[in-house]
Design a binder for this molecule. Structure first.
Ligand SMILES: [Mn+2]
Length: 253
């Protein structure tokens, strides 16, 4: 399927938790003019503390991204906190991939979106996790999964901070990642979009040729396909916009 842009975050290559096989299925299905990597693509943090886990599928993900960059797809990498070493290279171009601290993308409908990983708006990561050597997503996953007091307010505070930042920057919306809670919703005239991740939720965001943004839940699509193999072809994506989402449903391990 041809879309205008693909937005991915929190792939966590280099860890056993990365669902690279699912991401490859997604990338086989979607082609785009733009590919935005919104942070925590390679998990240097986990590699440093736990050692590297690198599968053939993870290798193929990297190859596919580099190949797209070579073949006229504009690829932009906005580093996150797990690949923050790349932040030292902001402004540089590697293999046709430009590295940016944050990035403004103008959608086909003229709406401007600020792309930012989001860790600087997570007060817990900012002040505690680095010191305690706890990687953000693991503790947050467990936190949300166990429905601990404060998990929901953590998510809402994060969204609120990103929306405020978008408003200050005068953009129509923000596209981020970091907390592994996929979302696409409007609040106060500003669109909050979180790409989710490829550890728990297997989600990505795509911009259609008319500028419409869509949250693609690849896990759901893949399991529907498996259930309906004998039925006629299913749509290649599930449209879903807005609506409140309960984060605990999105954390599956
Ligand atoms: Mn992160």
């Amino acid at each position: 399927m041809k879309v205008r842009a693909i937005f991915l975050s929190d792939v966590h290559l280099g860890t056993a938790a990365c669902q690279a096989e699912r991401l490859l299925e997604f990338l086989k299905t979607y082609e785009s003019e733009f590919l935005f990597l919104v942070g925590d693509i390679i998990d240097f943090w986990a590699i440093r503390w736990r050692g590297v886990y690198w599968s053939a599928d993870q290798n193929t993900v990297v190859q596919k991204v580099l190949k797209r960059a070579r073949h006229d797809v504009k690829v932009v990498f906005v580093p996150g906190n797990h690949d923050e070493a790349a932040r030292e290279h902001v402004g540089a171009v590697f293999g046709n991939i430009s590295v940016e601290r944050d990035y403004e993308h103008v959608a086909a409908d003229g709406r401007r979106y600020l792309l930012i990983h989001g860790d600087e708006f997570d007060q817990v990561t900012k002040h505690h996790r680095r010191r305690l050597r706890i990687p953000g997503y693991w503790s947050l996953s467990g936190y949300v999964k166990r429905r601990l007091k404060g998990a929901m307010s953590f998510v809402l505070n994060f969204e609120e901070s990103l929306l405020r930042h978008a408003r200050e920057r005068g953009v129509s919306g923000v596209i981020c990642g970091h907390i592994h809670v996929p979302a696409l919703r409007e609040r106060g005239g500003i669109t909050y979009i979180n790409c989710g991740d490829w550890v728990d939720s297997c989600t990505a965001v795509v911009e259609h040729v008319d500028g419409r943004m869509e949250l693609v839940r690849w896990d759901r699509i893949a399991s529907e396909r498996e259930l309906r193999v004998s039925e006629p072809a299913q749509p290649a994506y599930a449209a879903e916009r807005g609506g409140a989402e309960r984060p605990r449903e999105l954390v599956t391990h």
